[in-house]
Design a protein around this ligand. Structure first.
Ligand code: NAD
Length: 471
Protein backbone atom coordinates (compact mmCIF):
# COMPACT_ATOMS: atom_id res chain seq x y z
CA UNK A 1 0.00 0.00 0.00
CA UNK A 2 1.22 3.51 -0.84
CA UNK A 3 2.56 5.60 2.03
CA UNK A 4 -0.04 7.82 3.62
CA UNK A 5 0.87 11.51 3.86
CA UNK A 6 0.17 12.95 7.31
CA UNK A 7 -2.09 16.01 7.19
CA UNK A 8 -3.85 18.06 9.85
CA UNK A 9 -7.58 18.67 9.40
CA UNK A 10 -9.84 21.19 11.16
CA UNK A 11 -13.59 20.83 10.59
CA UNK A 12 -14.23 24.48 11.46
CA UNK A 13 -17.45 26.30 12.35
CA UNK A 14 -20.78 27.12 10.70
CA UNK A 15 -20.98 25.19 7.43
CA UNK A 16 -17.41 23.93 8.04
CA UNK A 17 -18.18 20.44 9.39
CA UNK A 18 -20.67 19.74 6.58
CA UNK A 19 -18.41 20.81 3.71
CA UNK A 20 -15.41 19.08 5.31
CA UNK A 21 -17.49 15.87 5.67
CA UNK A 22 -18.35 15.93 1.96
CA UNK A 23 -14.77 16.79 0.95
CA UNK A 24 -13.15 14.00 2.99
CA UNK A 25 -15.73 11.54 1.68
CA UNK A 26 -14.68 12.39 -1.90
CA UNK A 27 -10.95 12.27 -1.10
CA UNK A 28 -11.30 8.88 0.52
CA UNK A 29 -13.43 7.43 -2.29
CA UNK A 30 -10.88 8.66 -4.85
CA UNK A 31 -8.08 6.85 -3.05
CA UNK A 32 -6.18 9.77 -1.53
CA UNK A 33 -3.47 8.36 0.75
CA UNK A 34 -3.78 10.52 3.85
CA UNK A 35 -3.04 9.98 7.54
CA UNK A 36 -5.37 12.52 9.09
CA UNK A 37 -4.79 14.22 12.46
CA UNK A 38 -7.92 16.11 13.48
CA UNK A 39 -7.66 19.29 15.54
CA UNK A 40 -10.24 21.63 17.04
CA UNK A 41 -9.79 25.30 16.18
CA UNK A 42 -12.07 28.30 16.06
CA UNK A 43 -15.24 29.26 17.88
CA UNK A 44 -15.26 26.56 20.59
CA UNK A 45 -11.61 27.20 21.40
CA UNK A 46 -12.14 30.98 21.44
CA UNK A 47 -15.16 30.68 23.71
CA UNK A 48 -13.24 28.42 26.09
CA UNK A 49 -11.12 31.51 26.87
CA UNK A 50 -8.29 31.05 24.37
CA UNK A 51 -8.11 34.36 22.44
CA UNK A 52 -6.01 32.83 19.65
CA UNK A 53 -8.58 30.14 18.75
CA UNK A 54 -5.95 27.39 18.65
CA UNK A 55 -4.30 25.29 21.36
CA UNK A 56 -0.59 24.41 21.74
CA UNK A 57 -1.42 20.76 20.92
CA UNK A 58 -2.89 21.85 17.59
CA UNK A 59 0.26 23.85 16.77
CA UNK A 60 2.25 20.67 17.50
CA UNK A 61 0.18 18.74 14.98
CA UNK A 62 0.66 21.47 12.36
CA UNK A 63 4.41 21.58 12.92
CA UNK A 64 4.53 17.80 12.63
CA UNK A 65 2.45 17.33 9.46
CA UNK A 66 3.21 20.71 7.82
CA UNK A 67 0.04 20.35 5.75
CA UNK A 68 -3.23 21.86 6.96
CA UNK A 69 -6.67 21.36 5.40
CA UNK A 70 -8.90 23.85 7.14
CA UNK A 71 -12.64 24.44 6.94
CA UNK A 72 -13.76 28.04 7.55
CA UNK A 73 -14.06 29.19 11.11
CA UNK A 74 -16.01 31.90 12.91
CA UNK A 75 -14.10 34.59 14.78
CA UNK A 76 -16.38 35.87 17.59
CA UNK A 77 -16.96 39.63 17.38
CA UNK A 78 -15.10 41.87 19.85
CA UNK A 79 -13.54 40.54 23.04
CA UNK A 80 -9.94 40.78 21.76
CA UNK A 81 -10.16 37.56 19.73
CA UNK A 82 -7.34 37.33 17.20
CA UNK A 83 -8.08 36.11 13.69
CA UNK A 84 -6.94 32.51 13.57
CA UNK A 85 -6.45 32.79 9.82
CA UNK A 86 -4.06 35.71 10.14
CA UNK A 87 -2.26 34.06 13.09
CA UNK A 88 -1.81 30.78 11.22
CA UNK A 89 -0.47 32.49 8.11
CA UNK A 90 2.02 34.45 10.16
CA UNK A 91 3.10 31.68 12.54
CA UNK A 92 3.63 29.16 9.75
CA UNK A 93 5.21 31.76 7.42
CA UNK A 94 2.58 31.18 4.72
CA UNK A 95 3.61 34.08 2.52
CA UNK A 96 1.71 33.25 -0.67
CA UNK A 97 -2.05 32.91 -1.01
CA UNK A 98 -3.06 31.43 -4.35
CA UNK A 99 -6.69 31.82 -5.40
CA UNK A 100 -7.70 30.43 -8.80
CA UNK A 101 -11.07 31.80 -10.00
CA UNK A 102 -12.50 29.94 -12.98
CA UNK A 103 -15.89 30.14 -14.69
CA UNK A 104 -17.74 26.97 -15.71
CA UNK A 105 -19.92 28.36 -18.46
CA UNK A 106 -22.50 27.30 -19.59
CA UNK A 107 -23.13 25.09 -16.57
CA UNK A 108 -22.71 27.71 -13.84
CA UNK A 109 -24.33 31.07 -14.48
CA UNK A 110 -21.81 33.88 -14.94
CA UNK A 111 -21.54 37.08 -16.92
CA UNK A 112 -18.00 36.04 -17.81
CA UNK A 113 -18.00 32.79 -19.77
CA UNK A 114 -14.24 32.94 -20.41
CA UNK A 115 -12.63 33.51 -17.05
CA UNK A 116 -9.55 31.79 -15.70
CA UNK A 117 -7.72 34.13 -13.37
CA UNK A 118 -5.28 33.21 -10.62
CA UNK A 119 -4.84 35.76 -7.87
CA UNK A 120 -1.51 35.54 -6.04
CA UNK A 121 -1.92 37.50 -2.85
CA UNK A 122 0.88 38.48 -0.48
CA UNK A 123 -0.20 36.93 2.79
CA UNK A 124 1.80 38.30 5.73
CA UNK A 125 2.37 42.02 5.31
CA UNK A 126 0.48 45.13 4.26
CA UNK A 127 -2.30 46.29 6.59
CA UNK A 128 -2.68 42.69 7.81
CA UNK A 129 0.64 42.83 9.66
CA UNK A 130 -1.49 43.75 12.69
CA UNK A 131 0.45 46.91 13.53
CA UNK A 132 -2.33 49.08 14.89
CA UNK A 133 -2.34 51.47 17.76
CA UNK A 134 -4.19 54.33 19.34
CA UNK A 135 -2.61 57.76 19.12
CA UNK A 136 -5.33 59.60 21.04
CA UNK A 137 -8.81 58.75 22.31
CA UNK A 138 -10.14 59.78 18.90
CA UNK A 139 -7.48 58.49 16.56
CA UNK A 140 -6.36 55.01 15.56
CA UNK A 141 -3.59 54.20 13.13
CA UNK A 142 -2.65 51.09 11.14
CA UNK A 143 0.70 50.62 9.49
CA UNK A 144 0.96 49.34 5.94
CA UNK A 145 4.07 47.18 5.94
CA UNK A 146 5.65 46.41 2.55
CA UNK A 147 9.17 44.99 2.74
CA UNK A 148 11.67 44.09 0.02
CA UNK A 149 12.13 40.46 1.21
CA UNK A 150 8.37 39.93 1.52
CA UNK A 151 7.63 41.46 -1.87
CA UNK A 152 10.49 39.70 -3.68
CA UNK A 153 9.18 36.40 -2.41
CA UNK A 154 5.60 36.89 -3.53
CA UNK A 155 6.45 38.42 -6.89
CA UNK A 156 8.91 35.65 -7.67
CA UNK A 157 6.31 33.10 -6.58
CA UNK A 158 3.83 34.62 -9.05
CA UNK A 159 6.31 34.37 -11.95
CA UNK A 160 7.38 30.83 -11.02
CA UNK A 161 3.70 29.86 -10.77
CA UNK A 162 3.08 31.31 -14.23
CA UNK A 163 5.99 29.29 -15.64
CA UNK A 164 4.95 26.07 -13.96
CA UNK A 165 1.34 26.27 -15.06
CA UNK A 166 1.97 27.60 -18.58
CA UNK A 167 0.44 30.99 -17.89
CA UNK A 168 1.29 33.75 -20.32
CA UNK A 169 1.00 36.97 -18.35
CA UNK A 170 1.57 38.28 -14.82
CA UNK A 171 -0.16 41.53 -13.87
CA UNK A 172 0.64 43.57 -10.78
CA UNK A 173 -1.99 45.74 -9.02
CA UNK A 174 -0.87 48.53 -6.68
CA UNK A 175 -1.86 52.05 -5.75
CA UNK A 176 1.60 53.50 -6.17
CA UNK A 177 0.34 56.79 -7.54
CA UNK A 178 -0.77 57.55 -3.96
CA UNK A 179 1.28 55.23 -1.70
CA UNK A 180 4.50 56.03 -3.46
CA UNK A 181 6.80 54.42 -0.87
CA UNK A 182 4.98 51.22 0.12
CA UNK A 183 3.09 50.33 -3.06
CA UNK A 184 5.90 52.03 -4.98
CA UNK A 185 8.34 49.46 -3.60
CA UNK A 186 6.01 46.59 -4.54
CA UNK A 187 5.73 47.88 -8.12
CA UNK A 188 9.48 48.53 -8.38
CA UNK A 189 10.30 44.97 -7.27
CA UNK A 190 7.72 43.61 -9.73
CA UNK A 191 9.55 45.42 -12.54
CA UNK A 192 12.96 44.26 -11.30
CA UNK A 193 12.03 40.59 -10.99
CA UNK A 194 9.97 40.63 -14.17
CA UNK A 195 13.18 41.14 -16.16
CA UNK A 196 14.26 37.63 -15.15
CA UNK A 197 11.20 36.17 -16.91
CA UNK A 198 11.42 37.38 -20.52
CA UNK A 199 9.01 34.68 -21.74
CA UNK A 200 6.17 36.04 -19.60
CA UNK A 201 4.19 39.16 -20.49
CA UNK A 202 4.10 41.72 -17.69
CA UNK A 203 1.86 44.65 -16.93
CA UNK A 204 0.92 46.91 -14.05
CA UNK A 205 -2.46 48.45 -13.24
CA UNK A 206 -3.44 50.98 -10.61
CA UNK A 207 -5.66 48.84 -8.38
CA UNK A 208 -8.89 50.84 -8.69
CA UNK A 209 -9.08 50.84 -12.46
CA UNK A 210 -7.53 47.36 -12.53
CA UNK A 211 -10.34 46.12 -10.26
CA UNK A 212 -12.93 47.73 -12.55
CA UNK A 213 -11.32 46.05 -15.56
CA UNK A 214 -11.20 42.70 -13.71
CA UNK A 215 -14.91 42.92 -12.84
CA UNK A 216 -15.78 43.88 -16.42
CA UNK A 217 -13.31 41.92 -18.57
CA UNK A 218 -11.67 39.18 -16.48
CA UNK A 219 -10.53 37.41 -19.64
CA UNK A 220 -7.94 40.18 -20.03
CA UNK A 221 -6.06 38.78 -17.01
CA UNK A 222 -4.12 35.62 -16.33
CA UNK A 223 -2.08 35.69 -13.08
CA UNK A 224 -2.43 38.81 -10.90
CA UNK A 225 -0.04 39.49 -8.03
CA UNK A 226 -1.06 41.98 -5.33
CA UNK A 227 -0.35 43.15 -1.81
CA UNK A 228 -2.44 41.51 0.92
CA UNK A 229 -5.52 43.75 1.25
CA UNK A 230 -6.19 44.24 -2.47
CA UNK A 231 -5.73 40.49 -2.98
CA UNK A 232 -8.17 39.61 -0.22
CA UNK A 233 -10.90 41.89 -1.54
CA UNK A 234 -10.41 41.22 -5.23
CA UNK A 235 -10.19 37.44 -4.93
CA UNK A 236 -13.69 37.40 -3.39
CA UNK A 237 -14.91 39.62 -6.21
CA UNK A 238 -13.21 37.40 -8.80
CA UNK A 239 -14.67 34.21 -7.28
CA UNK A 240 -18.17 35.68 -7.16
CA UNK A 241 -18.16 36.94 -10.75
CA UNK A 242 -16.83 33.56 -11.89
CA UNK A 243 -20.03 31.98 -10.57
CA UNK A 244 -20.09 31.77 -6.78
CA UNK A 245 -17.87 32.51 -3.84
CA UNK A 246 -18.73 28.92 -2.85
CA UNK A 247 -16.66 27.51 -5.72
CA UNK A 248 -13.15 28.82 -5.15
CA UNK A 249 -10.42 27.18 -3.11
CA UNK A 250 -7.08 28.56 -2.08
CA UNK A 251 -3.64 27.51 -0.98
CA UNK A 252 -1.43 29.33 1.52
CA UNK A 253 2.17 28.41 0.85
CA UNK A 254 5.26 28.85 3.00
CA UNK A 255 8.82 27.54 2.87
CA UNK A 256 7.99 24.70 5.26
CA UNK A 257 4.21 24.49 5.71
CA UNK A 258 1.09 24.94 3.64
CA UNK A 259 -2.58 25.48 4.41
CA UNK A 260 -5.51 24.76 2.09
CA UNK A 261 -9.02 26.13 2.42
CA UNK A 262 -12.09 27.56 0.70
CA UNK A 263 -11.92 31.29 0.14
CA UNK A 264 -15.33 31.87 1.74
CA UNK A 265 -16.18 32.04 5.43
CA UNK A 266 -18.25 29.88 7.77
CA UNK A 267 -21.61 31.23 6.45
CA UNK A 268 -23.37 30.72 9.82
CA UNK A 269 -26.79 31.47 8.29
CA UNK A 270 -26.48 28.34 6.15
CA UNK A 271 -25.05 26.08 8.85
CA UNK A 272 -26.61 22.76 9.85
CA UNK A 273 -29.05 22.69 6.91
CA UNK A 274 -27.14 20.52 4.44
CA UNK A 275 -27.23 23.46 2.00
CA UNK A 276 -23.67 24.68 1.50
CA UNK A 277 -21.61 24.06 -1.58
CA UNK A 278 -18.52 22.00 -0.62
CA UNK A 279 -16.75 22.87 -3.92
CA UNK A 280 -14.58 25.70 -2.52
CA UNK A 281 -13.09 23.45 0.15
CA UNK A 282 -12.85 20.57 -2.32
CA UNK A 283 -10.85 22.82 -4.68
CA UNK A 284 -8.62 23.73 -1.73
CA UNK A 285 -8.15 20.00 -1.09
CA UNK A 286 -7.23 19.44 -4.76
CA UNK A 287 -4.51 22.07 -4.46
CA UNK A 288 -3.34 20.16 -1.38
CA UNK A 289 -3.21 16.84 -3.26
CA UNK A 290 -1.04 18.45 -5.95
CA UNK A 291 1.17 19.94 -3.23
CA UNK A 292 1.77 16.56 -1.60
CA UNK A 293 2.35 14.83 -4.94
CA UNK A 294 -0.97 12.94 -5.26
CA UNK A 295 -1.59 14.58 -8.62
CA UNK A 296 -3.36 11.57 -10.14
CA UNK A 297 -5.98 11.56 -7.37
CA UNK A 298 -6.47 15.33 -7.73
CA UNK A 299 -6.99 14.91 -11.48
CA UNK A 300 -9.55 12.12 -10.99
CA UNK A 301 -11.55 14.18 -8.53
CA UNK A 302 -11.33 17.37 -10.55
CA UNK A 303 -12.66 15.67 -13.68
CA UNK A 304 -15.48 13.98 -11.72
CA UNK A 305 -16.37 17.36 -10.19
CA UNK A 306 -16.48 18.99 -13.65
CA UNK A 307 -18.71 16.17 -14.89
CA UNK A 308 -21.03 16.76 -11.91
CA UNK A 309 -21.25 20.44 -12.88
CA UNK A 310 -22.08 19.47 -16.48
CA UNK A 311 -24.73 17.02 -15.34
CA UNK A 312 -26.51 19.93 -13.64
CA UNK A 313 -26.22 18.51 -10.10
CA UNK A 314 -25.98 21.82 -8.25
CA UNK A 315 -26.23 23.18 -4.73
CA UNK A 316 -28.57 26.10 -4.09
CA UNK A 317 -25.95 28.84 -4.68
CA UNK A 318 -25.38 27.88 -8.33
CA UNK A 319 -28.74 26.28 -9.07
CA UNK A 320 -30.49 27.93 -12.05
CA UNK A 321 -34.03 26.96 -12.96
CA UNK A 322 -34.10 25.57 -16.51
CA UNK A 323 -30.33 25.05 -16.67
CA UNK A 324 -29.54 22.97 -13.60
CA UNK A 325 -31.03 19.47 -13.43
CA UNK A 326 -31.18 18.75 -9.71
CA UNK A 327 -30.85 20.90 -6.60
CA UNK A 328 -28.90 18.92 -4.03
CA UNK A 329 -27.60 19.35 -0.51
CA UNK A 330 -23.97 19.27 0.61
CA UNK A 331 -23.91 15.53 1.25
CA UNK A 332 -25.73 14.58 -1.96
CA UNK A 333 -23.36 16.76 -3.98
CA UNK A 334 -20.43 14.86 -2.47
CA UNK A 335 -22.11 11.55 -3.37
CA UNK A 336 -22.68 12.77 -6.94
CA UNK A 337 -18.97 13.54 -7.36
CA UNK A 338 -18.04 10.12 -5.95
CA UNK A 339 -20.43 8.43 -8.45
CA UNK A 340 -18.59 10.17 -11.31
CA UNK A 341 -15.04 9.28 -10.26
CA UNK A 342 -13.31 7.88 -13.35
CA UNK A 343 -15.45 9.94 -15.76
CA UNK A 344 -14.29 12.91 -17.82
CA UNK A 345 -16.23 16.09 -18.55
CA UNK A 346 -17.78 16.19 -22.04
CA UNK A 347 -17.88 19.94 -22.70
CA UNK A 348 -15.63 21.53 -20.09
CA UNK A 349 -11.93 20.97 -20.62
CA UNK A 350 -10.70 17.83 -18.85
CA UNK A 351 -8.01 18.51 -16.27
CA UNK A 352 -4.53 17.10 -16.99
CA UNK A 353 -2.38 17.90 -14.01
CA UNK A 354 0.45 15.56 -15.03
CA UNK A 355 1.14 17.98 -17.91
CA UNK A 356 1.96 20.68 -15.37
CA UNK A 357 4.45 18.45 -13.61
CA UNK A 358 6.21 17.93 -16.97
CA UNK A 359 6.06 21.66 -17.61
CA UNK A 360 7.69 22.29 -14.29
CA UNK A 361 10.67 20.10 -15.21
CA UNK A 362 11.00 21.81 -18.59
CA UNK A 363 10.63 25.25 -17.10
CA UNK A 364 13.21 24.70 -14.41
CA UNK A 365 15.86 23.61 -16.94
CA UNK A 366 15.08 26.52 -19.26
CA UNK A 367 15.12 29.17 -16.58
CA UNK A 368 17.92 27.86 -14.43
CA UNK A 369 19.54 31.29 -14.02
CA UNK A 370 16.26 32.72 -12.72
CA UNK A 371 15.85 29.81 -10.33
CA UNK A 372 19.41 30.23 -9.10
CA UNK A 373 18.69 33.89 -8.52
CA UNK A 374 15.58 32.81 -6.63
CA UNK A 375 17.63 30.45 -4.46
CA UNK A 376 20.17 33.17 -3.73
CA UNK A 377 17.38 35.58 -2.96
CA UNK A 378 15.73 33.03 -0.70
CA UNK A 379 18.96 32.55 1.25
CA UNK A 380 19.41 36.30 1.68
CA UNK A 381 15.78 36.59 2.53
CA UNK A 382 15.96 33.92 5.23
CA UNK A 383 18.64 35.96 6.97
CA UNK A 384 16.81 39.25 6.91
CA UNK A 385 13.49 37.54 7.54
CA UNK A 386 14.91 36.01 10.70
CA UNK A 387 15.65 39.48 11.99
CA UNK A 388 12.29 40.79 10.89
CA UNK A 389 10.39 37.93 12.53
CA UNK A 390 12.37 38.40 15.70
CA UNK A 391 11.02 41.93 15.86
CA UNK A 392 7.55 40.76 14.88
CA UNK A 393 7.74 38.08 17.53
CA UNK A 394 8.68 40.71 20.09
CA UNK A 395 5.79 42.74 18.89
CA UNK A 396 3.32 39.86 19.03
CA UNK A 397 4.41 38.42 22.33
CA UNK A 398 4.38 41.73 24.12
CA UNK A 399 1.30 43.03 22.38
CA UNK A 400 -1.08 42.40 25.27
CA UNK A 401 0.94 44.11 27.96
CA UNK A 402 2.79 46.97 26.30
CA UNK A 403 1.18 47.49 22.95
CA UNK A 404 2.19 51.11 22.66
CA UNK A 405 5.82 50.36 23.47
CA UNK A 406 6.02 47.84 20.69
CA UNK A 407 3.96 49.64 18.12
CA UNK A 408 6.25 52.61 18.55
CA UNK A 409 9.18 50.29 18.07
CA UNK A 410 7.73 48.96 14.84
CA UNK A 411 6.65 52.44 13.80
CA UNK A 412 10.20 53.63 14.23
CA UNK A 413 11.40 50.77 12.10
CA UNK A 414 8.87 51.30 9.33
CA UNK A 415 8.80 55.04 8.88
CA UNK A 416 11.93 56.48 10.41
CA UNK A 417 11.68 59.87 8.76
CA UNK A 418 8.29 61.10 9.98
CA UNK A 419 9.01 59.73 13.41
CA UNK A 420 12.32 61.51 13.57
CA UNK A 421 10.41 64.69 12.86
CA UNK A 422 7.88 63.80 15.54
CA UNK A 423 10.75 63.26 17.95
CA UNK A 424 12.35 66.52 16.94
CA UNK A 425 9.08 68.32 17.53
CA UNK A 426 8.39 66.72 20.84
CA UNK A 427 10.58 68.85 23.15
CA UNK A 428 9.17 72.02 21.62
CA UNK A 429 5.67 70.74 22.22
CA UNK A 430 6.49 69.89 25.78
CA UNK A 431 8.12 73.21 26.42
CA UNK A 432 5.11 74.88 24.86
CA UNK A 433 2.78 72.80 27.03
CA UNK A 434 4.90 73.52 30.08
CA UNK A 435 4.87 77.23 29.28
CA UNK A 436 1.13 77.13 29.08
CA UNK A 437 0.39 75.23 32.24
CA UNK A 438 3.48 73.57 33.79
CA UNK A 439 4.14 69.88 34.28
CA UNK A 440 0.53 69.21 35.18
CA UNK A 441 -0.65 70.19 31.72
CA UNK A 442 1.53 67.68 29.84
CA UNK A 443 -0.90 65.90 27.61
CA UNK A 444 -0.89 62.29 26.48
CA UNK A 445 1.07 63.08 23.29
CA UNK A 446 3.84 64.68 25.29
CA UNK A 447 4.06 61.71 27.62
CA UNK A 448 4.13 59.37 24.61
CA UNK A 449 6.87 61.38 22.97
CA UNK A 450 8.97 61.38 26.15
CA UNK A 451 8.45 57.66 26.59
CA UNK A 452 9.31 57.11 22.95
CA UNK A 453 12.54 59.06 23.25
CA UNK A 454 13.50 56.99 26.30
CA UNK A 455 12.78 53.77 24.41
CA UNK A 456 14.63 55.01 21.35
CA UNK A 457 17.70 55.67 23.48
CA UNK A 458 17.32 52.27 25.10
CA UNK A 459 17.01 50.50 21.76
CA UNK A 460 19.87 52.46 20.27
CA UNK A 461 22.02 51.30 23.17
CA UNK A 462 20.89 47.69 22.87
CA UNK A 463 21.24 47.80 19.08
CA UNK A 464 17.58 46.87 18.42
CA UNK A 465 16.95 49.77 16.11
CA UNK A 466 19.84 49.21 13.79
CA UNK A 467 18.89 45.57 13.31
CA UNK A 468 15.23 46.50 12.88
CA UNK A 469 15.78 49.22 10.39
CA UNK A 470 17.91 47.02 8.21
CA UNK A 471 15.20 44.33 8.18
P1 NAD B 1 -19.12 34.01 4.31
O1 NAD B 1 -18.18 33.78 3.20
O2 NAD B 1 -19.09 33.03 5.42
O3 NAD B 1 -20.62 33.97 3.73
C1 NAD B 1 -21.23 34.98 2.97
C2 NAD B 1 -22.42 34.39 2.21
O4 NAD B 1 -21.90 33.72 1.06
C3 NAD B 1 -23.20 33.32 2.96
O5 NAD B 1 -24.22 33.86 3.75
C4 NAD B 1 -23.74 32.47 1.85
O6 NAD B 1 -24.91 33.04 1.31
C5 NAD B 1 -22.64 32.53 0.80
N1 NAD B 1 -21.74 31.38 0.90
C6 NAD B 1 -20.49 31.36 1.43
N2 NAD B 1 -19.96 30.15 1.33
C7 NAD B 1 -20.89 29.36 0.73
C8 NAD B 1 -20.94 28.00 0.35
N3 NAD B 1 -19.91 27.16 0.56
N4 NAD B 1 -22.06 27.53 -0.24
C9 NAD B 1 -23.08 28.35 -0.46
N5 NAD B 1 -23.12 29.65 -0.13
C10 NAD B 1 -22.04 30.15 0.45
O7 NAD B 1 -18.90 35.50 4.84
P2 NAD B 1 -19.38 36.21 6.17
O8 NAD B 1 -20.82 35.91 6.39
O9 NAD B 1 -18.95 37.58 6.02
O10 NAD B 1 -18.51 35.55 7.33
C11 NAD B 1 -19.02 34.59 8.25
C12 NAD B 1 -17.92 34.18 9.22
O11 NAD B 1 -16.86 33.56 8.49
C13 NAD B 1 -17.27 35.33 10.00
O12 NAD B 1 -17.12 34.94 11.34
C14 NAD B 1 -15.92 35.51 9.36
O13 NAD B 1 -14.96 35.97 10.26
C15 NAD B 1 -15.62 34.10 8.96
N6 NAD B 1 -14.66 33.97 7.84
C16 NAD B 1 -13.80 32.94 7.93
C17 NAD B 1 -12.90 32.72 6.90
C18 NAD B 1 -11.97 31.55 7.02
O14 NAD B 1 -12.04 30.78 7.96
N7 NAD B 1 -11.05 31.36 6.08
C19 NAD B 1 -12.88 33.54 5.78
C20 NAD B 1 -13.81 34.58 5.71
C21 NAD B 1 -14.71 34.78 6.75
Amino acid sequence: MATRTPITVAHGDGIGPEIMGATLHILEAAGAQLAIETIEVGEKVYLSGNTTGITPQSWESLRRTKVFLKAPITTPQGGGYKSLNVTTRKMLGLYANIRPCVSYHPFVRTKHPVMDVVIVRENEEDLYAGIEYQTSPDEMQSIKLISRPGTEKIVRYAFEYALKFNRKKVTCFTKDNIMKMSDGLFHKIFDEIGVEYPEIEKEHWIVDIGAAKLADTPEAFDVIVMPNLYGDVLSDVAAQIAGSVGLAGSSNIGDKCAMFEAIHGSAPRRAGQNLANPSGLLHGALLMLVHIGQTDVAERIHNAWRRTMEDGIHTYDIFTEGKSKQKVGTKEFGDAVVERLGQLPQTLKPVHLAAHVATKARASSVVRPAVQVAQRSRRADRKSRGRRLQTRHDFESRREGVARWNSRNVLYRCVPLPLHSALADAPTNRRAAGARGGAGSRNRHDRDAAQLRRQTRLHARSGTISSCSSA
